[in-house]
Design a protein. Structure first.
Length: 61
């Protein structure tokens, strides 16, 4: 079994783990309704995706 020759410092360990976090979700403001939504997703309030009516609009969301 491989054993490290010397102890890795807290700084070096934390620098390596700095990129392991989950990224925050991105949201964009919809041009038509002004609501926040995820990019490349259907706007559930209006039911529109890329200028086309895909779903019927819902009021309960």
């Amino acid at each position: 079994m491989a054993v490290p020759k010397s102890k890795k410092s807290k700084s070096r360990t934390r620098m390596r783990r700095a990129h392991d976090r989950l990224p925050m979700n991105t949201y964009i403001e919809d041009a038509d309704s002004g609501e926040l939504r995820r990019p490349h997703h259907i706007d559930l309030k209006t039911g529109v995706y890329r200028g086309r009516q895909v779903l019927e609009p819902r009021d309960d969301i």
